[in-house]
Design a protein around this ligand. Structure first.
Ligand code: TXA
Ligand code: MG
Length: 326
């Protein structure tokens, strides 16, 4: 485990950085933080390295990985950028936005990373270490969220170690991630820009840049638009009840703002995602609260209503999946 500050850029001089680069080049797995969640990173051009990712997470191989690169220029080698793609990259990269694009003929990303699709998911994360690692190795980095498949995403190094430690050559620890939910995924493959996954950039911000409404991909388990968008995901061990207006004895309670549901005193423990009711702060605390609530109850997790605007769309999306029948 290598601890450093999130915005530190001196790490390149540390001899450990060269070792991390060598681990990637050797096809090993490295847990690397991004601004959204921790990623389980490997060389996206190396099929065996990508196979290790699927194996470590217990992830089905039909569920493709996002390739992380250091710049728009690097991204252009792998995806075909339409005018809308250029606009979005300009507005939001580096940042929590993933673009699904037709795969470029020049892309060296392995078929395993894209699950054999003709499309590719790419992003430039706002995370100095991940960027430097992609740049120094010259490799796009395949990195799904660093958690066991179907479980709660890891936003701290401890969460990552808990789920994946034996599989890691290195764990880069920059503390809790700032955004706290995964990137927003937009597909620019079909006729209309489509929101495949709400995430760290609100739908409203993207619609303002594109000057059009985003189509939403429906939830359909037999043919999910993003193959990873199964209705059950982010699952804690405990059951989850949403939009709770009355708390049951012994439940762990998750709230937002100052309002409390009836019977809040019966909760075994309470977690407030944001005392001020700020949805950005709430998103950054969501997965931490879910993991802690899960430990704090034998009965179940009760979640008070969360508004669906701005980052609330991503929060509600994750909560719906956490609460879905498994
Ligand atoms: O914030 C994030 O996006 C984090 C950090 C580490 O960058 N990564 C992440 O990866 O959330 P993952 O693997 O947990 O989720 C990636 C999602 C999956 O639902 C997958 O199905 C979808 O992206 N995806 C990947 N390639 C795709 C493609 N070509 N077409 C449609 N969906 C794709
Ligand atoms: Mg994930």
């Amino acid at each position: 485990r290598w601890q450093l500050a999130a915005q530190d850029t001196d790490f390149k001089k540390d001899e450990r950085f060269a070792r991390v680069c060598r681990a990637i080049e050797a096809g090993e797995l490295v847990a690397v933080p991004t601004e959204t969640v921790y990623g389980l990173a490997a060389d996206a051009t190396n099929g065996q390295a990508c196979a290790r990712i699927y194996e470590a997470k217990g992830r089905p191989q039909f569920n493709p990985l996002i390739s992380h690169v250091e710049s728009l220029e690097a991204a252009r080698r792998h995806g075909i950028f339409t005018a809308d793609a250029e606009r979005l990259a300009d507005a939001f990269w580096p940042g929590p936005l993933t673009l699904v694009l037709p795969r470029a003929g020049s892309s060296t990303v392995s078929q395993l990373a894209t699950a054999g699709l003709e499309t590719i998911a790419i992003r430039v994360p706002n995370a100095p270490f991940m960027q430097a690692l992609a740049e120094a190795t010259g490799k796009p980095l395949a990195a799904p969220s660093a958690n066991l498949s179907g479980r709660i995403s890891g936003t701290t190094a401890d969460d990552v170690a808990h789920d994946l430690e034996p599989h890691l050559a290195f764990l880069i620890d920059t503390g809790p991630t700032s955004v706290g939910v995964e990137s927003t995924i937009i597909s620019l493959v079909g006729d209309q820009p489509t929101l495949l996954r709400p995430g760290g950039i609100a739908r409203e911000e993207i619609e303002a840049v594109l000057n059009t409404r985003l189509v939403s991909a429906g939830t359909n388990d037999s043919a999910p638009a993003a193959p990873g968008m199964m209705s059950s995901h982010y699952a804690p061990c405990s059951s989850v009840r949403l939009n709770v207006t009355e708390v049951h004895q012994g439940e762990a309670l998750i709230t937002l703002g100052t309002a409390l549901p009836a019977g809040a005193e019966k909760a075994s423990q309470r977690f407030n995602l944001s005392a001020e009711g700020n949805l950005r702060e709430a998103a950054s605390n969501l997965f931490i609260a879910l993991r802690q609530a899960d430990k704090a109850t034998q009965v179940g997790i009760a979640v008070a209503p969360i508004p669906a605007t701005g980052l609330g769309e991503a929060i509600n999306d994750r909560l719906l999946r956490a609460a879905a029948p498994r």
